[in-house]
Design a protein around this ligand. Structure first.
Ligand code: TXA
Ligand code: MG
Length: 337
């Protein structure tokens, strides 16, 4: 049985936290909100507890987890070496949507957290509920996104419930998450550091603080899978996703053409749009609004009889890079041109 408990930011949530903390300390998994997406947490030093995360998500065991900490200085207990750039990133972006890949101290984390790698991803999230939970538990918490493996990450507690009901004992509902896309993953064991996964902390923001930063390309990932997670299909709703750069007129004709071939078309577009389809999801009028709404909209398509999902491409600037990275994966290369 899965229980959902709500926490509001000003209420007395003492009992809720006590329940969650004792569940974690007893080796259970707990889903909780962060500012990016909901995470499914377990104590990162407890192999049996961490195994429950993989089990509940159906996650491949060679894909390592991010370790979450409640105070930045704890990183010294877990990292073998903290390069200057890591220090600068922590000062500038923690707590926040930035995961740093560092060399791990040996024999601290359960081996299933790091999937046998010598490195570990560490992040201090910027969300009052996540921070309270981490600080009250006082232990490092391994937490991937709290979705079924392959599905879009959860941005609401109800998404977690939909994917994992019956599989996990507790979901802490802290409302919708603020960024809506997973954290930026930055490998600081390399010089210059490499962005393995684009996210809310953009390349531009990183470069302003640490200078030159590289980005992993799809070829890098195929040749030397540095972020093991990058090779898996991700973020996919049931119907196939198509990314398009077509202008309004051509896109409307394309939609009508597919409808005459008995497709039910869901269109995800930024507002305002005059385009018509069987289902139209408004992603807001800024790139930040789009990142908040994207996964919810992809999941909403699963509740319809849509047979194809069309999403408008966005410029590869700022958070646009993270959005396009997730869309390319959801689409698996499908494009409408
Ligand atoms: O925003 C987020 O990062 C969320 C919230 C819950 O914090 N978590 C999240 O975790 O997205 P997950 O497991 O869905 O994604 C972790 C990513 C994967 O692509 C994984 O391959 C990569 O980080 N990763 C983890 N440890 C790594 C390591 N040692 N070296 C390279 N990549 C690593
Ligand atoms: Mg994930």
């Amino acid at each position: 049985l899965t229980t959902i408990v709500s926490v509001d930011h000003d209420g007395d949530n003492h009992l809720t936290y006590a329940q969650a903390v004792s569940a974690l300390q007893a080796g259970e998994v707990v889903a909780f909100p962060t500012e990016t997406v909901y995470g499914l947490g377990a104590v990162a030093t407890n192999e049996t507890a961490v195994a429950k995360i993989f089990q509940a998500k159906g996650r491949p065991s060679d894909n390592p987890l991010i370790v979450h900490i409640g105070e930045a200085k704890a990183v010294a207990q877990y990292a073998e070496h903290i390069p200057l750039v890591a220090q600068q990133c922590m000062e500038a972006f923690w707590p926040g949507a930035l995961t740093l890949i560092v060399k791990a101290k040996p024999n601290i984390f359960a081996t299933n957290v790091t999937a046998g790698l010598a490195t570990v991803g560490i992040r201090m999230p910027n969300h009052p509920v996540a921070l309270s939970l981490l600080q009250k538990t006082g232990l490092p918490i391994a937490a991937p996104s709290a979705n079924r493996s392959g599905k879009p990450s959860p941005t609401k507690a109800e998404h977690v419930y939909h994917d994992l009901k019956g599989q996990i004992p507790l979901i802490i509902d802290g409302g919708a998450t603020g960024i809506g896309l997973e954290s930026t993953v930055l490998d600081v064991t390399q010089t210059p550091p490499i962005i393995l996964r684009p996210g809310g902390v953009t390349k531009e923001m990183l470069q302003a603080v640490i200078g030159e930063v590289h980005e992993a390309t799809l070829t890098d990932v195929k040749d030397a899978p540095r972020a093991p997670g990058m090779k898996y299909t991700h973020y996919s709703p049931e119907a196939p996703v198509y990314v398009t750069t077509l202008e309004d007129h051509a896109l409307q004709e394309m939609i009508i053409m597919h409808q005459t071939q008995h497709e039910k078309v869901a269109l995800l577009a930024m507002s305002p749009t005059s385009l018509q389809a069987n289902y139209v999801y408004d992603l807001g009028n800024t790139i930040e609004a789009m990142s908040i709404k994207l996964y919810d909209a992809l999941r909403a398509c699963d509740q319809t009889d849509a047979t194809m999902i069309i999403v408008r491409a966005v410029p590869l600037q700022g958070v646009g890079k993270a959005i396009m990275n997730r869309l390319e994966k959801a689409a698996g290369g499908n494009r409408l041109i």
